[in-house]
Write a protein that binds this ligand. Structure first.
Ligand SMILES: [Zn+2]
Length: 334
């Protein structure tokens, strides 16, 4: 029995749409609440290839709303991209699933998006979304903006050249300090609403049903029942991105090297130039108490702070939002 029979019976998809889906390559940026469910949708639906880029590891507080992950993944502090890849391959061996433990930045964005039929937004921050928007408009690749916080969900399809881009509606990324999942929480129904919208957009685009898209930005609060729909069919006159073709995020002019992770009491530091993971790991072992170590990262506690160092050199310092203190800890331990 054809595993996609019910999806193919749905007339707008049909066997032809299914074949197009099979030939498609999806790039998913971020594999948290939105990303894990979007990844599961893509793999069950039968895309040809799915590449997942995520920089985080699984924590117990993720399990309430994030798909795919288990308590065992959290105990091992496995990178989300690695854990998701294993679970997704068990769901559908026909799909070429690749999990990359990387930060999605202007340095690797164009390489990672090469050959992508569509880019899906599983991120939790606007800096990365504006980077994706620059990339998508420059390379004329469709992408789907999705977000969720508290009980609110939002989604908008961006088809460069045939509708508005994210910057047509939002001129610039919102200032830091706004509401996010770490300050006001999030409930799973809001996640699933955004996932449902984003998944159907992806399904329409990838099965050749682009003319069935609603070119609008949807915002819905599932708790209060309030809804807002913004038109996104026409690009804004003189939009800096899709109109004037300025791409400051993609050119690295808007990229942060040390980022205070909003609401998380954490600072992320990305190394400049070459990095020797093994040497850094030896130094950390001498100076601090190791709490977790696996093939992808080492975590240690020191003076009330927690350092998580990835093999790629990216470091997360938990327990402070003071960039200087975080940099000092990293310098001392590595
Ligand atoms: Zn635009």
């Amino acid at each position: 029995m054809n595993r996609y029979s019910r999806q193919e019976l749905f007339a707008p998809v049909g066997p032809q749409g299914q074949a197009k889906l099979r030939a498609s390559r999806v790039l998913l940026v971020g594999c948290g609440a939105l990303g894990s469910h979007l990844a599961e949708f893509c793999v069950r639906a039968g895309v040809g290839a799915l590449t997942i880029v995520d920089r985080d590891f699984v924590e117990p507080s993720n399990l309430q709303r994030q798909g795919l992950f288990t308590e065992d993944d959290a105990r091992q502090a496995l990178p989300k991209a690695v854990a998701a890849q294993a679970h997704l391959r068990a769901i559908n061996t026909d799909v070429q699933v690749t999990g990359l433990v990387e930060d999605f930045t202007f340095r690797n964005a164009e390489r990672l998006a090469k050959d992508a039929s569509i880019i899906l937004d599983g991120t939790d921050n606007f800096e990365t979304r504006f980077l994706i928007n620059d990339l998508a408009v420059k390379t004329e690749t469709a992408w789907v903006y999705a977000g969720c916080v508290a009980s609110r969900a939002t989604c908008m399809p961006v088809i460069p050249g045939r509708g508005a881009c994210l910057r047509c509606l939002l001129e610039d990324q919102p200032a830091a300090g706004g509401e996010n999942c770490d300050t006001v929480g999030v409930i799973m129904p809001a996640v699933l609403q955004a996932v449902a919208w984003a998944s159907v957009v992806a399904l329409k685009i990838l099965t050749g049903n682009e003319n069935a898209l609603f070119k609008k930005m949807y915002v819905s609060d599932l708790w209060t029942g309030e809804r807002q729909i913004l038109e996104a069919a026409t690009p804004r006159t003189n939009c800096p991105c899709c109109g004037r073709r300025e791409f400051p995020w993609l050119e690295g002019r808007r990229a942060s090297r040390a980022a205070v992770l909003c609401g998380r009491d954490s600072v992320q530091i990305t190394p400049e130039g070459a990095f020797d993971y093994d040497a850094a790991r030896q130094n950390i072992r001498k100076a601090a108490k190791i709490t977790t170590e696996n093939d992808y990262l080492i975590r240690a506690e020191y003076e009330g702070l927690t350092l998580t160092l990835y093999r790629t050199g990216r470091a997360l310092v938990h327990g402070t939002s003071d960039e200087t203190r975080a940099r000092a800890l990293l310098a001392r331990l590595t």
